[in-house]
Ligand binder design. Sequence first.
Ligand code: XMP
Length: 554
Amino acid sequence: MSPCAAPRDSAMVFAADSLEVKSPSMSSTPPHTDTAVETIAILDFGSQYAQLIARRVREAGVHARLVRPDISLAELRQLSPIGLILSGGPASVYEAGAPRCDPQLFSLGIPVLGICYGMQIAVELLGGRVQPGGAGEYGPTRLTISPASGANPAAEDLFAGVPSQTSVWMSHGDQVRDWDRDFIALAATATCPLAAVAHRRAPFFGVQFHPEVTHTPYGMKILENFLYRICRASGTWRMERFLESAVDKIRRQAPTGRVLCGLSGGVDSAVTAALLHRAVGDRLINIFVDNGLLRSQERRNVEGTFRDHFHMDLRVVDAADEFLSALAGVTEPQQKRVVIGKAFIEAFKRGAADITDGRFLAQGTLYPDVIESGAGLAGATAKIKLHHNVGGLPENLGFELIEPLRDLFKDEVRRLGEVLGLPESLVWRHPFPGPGLAVRCVGEVTREKLGLLRQADGILLEEIVAAGLYRATAQVFAVLLPVRSVAVMGDGRGYNPVIALRSVDSTDFMTADWSRIPYDLLARISNRIVNEVRGVSRVVYDITSKPPGTIEWE
Ligand code: XMP
């Protein structure tokens, strides 16, 4: 087994039973495609890096689309790709049931780049043999590129501008052991004789290492060589182009009828709403559920941005009482999520009740949110689990889903938000969990505790912004602990709850480190909280990284 498995993060989803819906976009029928956009199709064999490959290709200026590995030739022709990339994957090609692709791919006449498992499956389909490679290779490995031989001029293109000795990131147990004269060995490592390969007759190139990860210093150069020297891409894809084709696609999917969008105040749903508004104008209705678990000023900011600034139809559902009474006595974190998930569905239905021609529901699902069982593997039903903050709604509400951000990463969504003209303060907002302050009020959630937490959290954020640290940190918030501690306040004795401050640095939120906030700033925040928030007399700073600690306390 190679470790290229798809990631899982079950802590980020609500009760799976009520929130799973079938995804339309990983079905075996590719949607209508704008063939004017140069596309690279990435056959996803289940690698944790498949989405990263797509992102690198987009960074290089070419549109990328992930497809199932068993996509048919007819479906591929419909996408009109200028090249194919076969991703890595966790299986071994010689195992029964290992995912395979159509062997006729190589007859389409477009260049194919196989990466890790993708190289192995291609070599096997073209007549080579893959076997367990003994100890395997994991991590940084020295690669030696063979001198150019002129045997296949295109083969040299793959490594143009790359030093003959370079470091690459390996992650494989199996390797190609047997190959015939149709294959040209382009590079090797100390233990892997075929670390890069080209074919004399088929338009195929393969690399055993991962060019898409930053640990392969010339990885981007190799991918660019494939795109520009081998696939002859023109590199015209930009976020503006994505915007145009996304607008076009939404208009085709929803030519008539109302489109509903659950706004949470976070970046993803805000960008979704702005994009939908661009595509369908006044047919968009945004529903914002005030669940009483929001941060200070949150509702006002959402109303100010979407109703007053963008002049969108925004319906606010006042549901704080319902959420708080449903949460009464609930202390277990996952149970809180379940209760909030159910209350959200009821509140959303209430907000949508008088919208008679609501046919579509737009959701800001991002690529990393798409947690699939055996992502993209042949035969697997594509399922997604939805975050509450993008509107976790069950299938039986009768809406057709529109998920225009499904192929994007967070930073790409932020870029799209900028292109759409959303204010910087919204585009660069830290993530906020769907269950809101409920999972930051450890133990039972009450109005009084929420009031303390909201105030402390407001002070913390105000100081972080004032110190210019908001963009440098990934997520900053206060947590109210169900612990009381003694304090001397004036001549009196206090016995009050404790506030924990959490600030983390992270790029993907799967791992995080606690931020090294300057002591003086911590001192100022602590002073302000104990002086200004009546009922809090002690502040602590959380210095736990993730793993093992999660970002949220609950
Ligand atoms: P953890 O606490 O799992 O959080 O390290 C990782 C990221 O996910 C957010 N988070 C959630 N978001 N619903 C959400 O929409 C949830 O139930 C939930 N739990 C955690 C968290 O704020 C962080 O950004």
